[in-house]
Write a protein that binds this ligand. Sequence first.
Ligand code: UD1
Length: 371
Amino acid sequence: MKVLITGGAGFVGSHLADALVERGEEVRLLDNLDPLAHPSGKPPDHLPPAAELLVGDLRSADDVAAALDGVDRVFHLGGIVGNGESMVNVRKAVDSNPGGTATLLEGVIARRDEVRRIVVASSMVVYGEGSYRCPEHGLLTPGLRPVAQLRERRWNPVCPACGSEMSPVAVREDATLRPVSVYGISKRDTEELALVLGEAYGFEAVALRYLNIYGPRQALGNPYTGVAAIFSARLLAGRSPRVFEDGGQIRDLVHVSDVVAATLAAMDRPEAPGHAFNVATGRRVTVLELAAKLCERLAPELVPEVTGEYRSGDIRHCFAETSLARDLLGFEAGTTLEQGLPELLDWVARQSVEERGEEALEGLRRAGLVG
Ligand code: UD1
């Protein structure tokens, strides 16, 4: 039987395809080559030749049926990525993520005698602002930072009960989901659709809440691509990285090779079905520290430019508990930023495509989503 990767021509999908081909699997990729991730409209050169590529759309029941033919396991990575993009193109995000997932799941339900397990890509953004501790009111899930607060350049979520500053806490999988962007909502729905339908129809479903993934093949041509790729590309073009808010935003950057390892474990491990797992390193870095690290490596004469601007839909801090994935998937992320960054920088330096962060910011500004 074959294994299907939706979004298989994308950043994570292509690395996963390599790993599966390497272990002798028959691999099929379904991808619509969305111009946001594939500006040339062509599949990338690095896809493994042994994998079969089907160019088709998750929102088409016919394309999905063709993709599922002869398949017993599905990695569902297809859909749109990025908070910013989702806040501008709302309908596209909802149609692509929960909509595409619903079409795929109907296909899986129709073939549930054959399809054994589906692993769906979710995201840390499902938690929204995540977990905080108020000195007086204990553990809380604060929800969206009000625009009025952001306009005053008060970046940290405050306690809804007493208004005091709170300390961010590594978020656990059982935290309340309070997404603060359309992308977050769309990913919450994606994972819940898979888990609920899996339980109801008796196929195995697993959701993976990835943190900020970085590594070679990260889509530079996508204006809403990840911060490590944007900063590196700007520095290589002789420009300072532009840091939003005050740069104190905490992130956990996880290397794509670790993401592939966690994703394979989610498919293979008998303990995985029915769960949503954080896929994180457990190590924190602020956006300003990341910018400074990259300046040091690529252009020591440049310093990060802290703009004090904010983007609606951005999360202040985003880092996670890793114990559930360790206990049930046997997964621990091995790659540190020091080990993983050189490979990303090498990839960015070899690209002819310009990063388009400026364009993304202009789009958000026109929509009134930057302050
Ligand atoms: C990222 C992913 C999202 C994933 C989530 C999981 C992207 C585009 N988004 O969202 O798909 O679900 O992690 O945790 O990969 N920033 C700057 N300057 C820039 C760009 C960004 O300061 O030029 C800041 C942002 O304000 C934010 C942080 O860097 O605080 C990270 O931004 P970004 O890379 O867009 O990722 P997330 O929003 O964390």
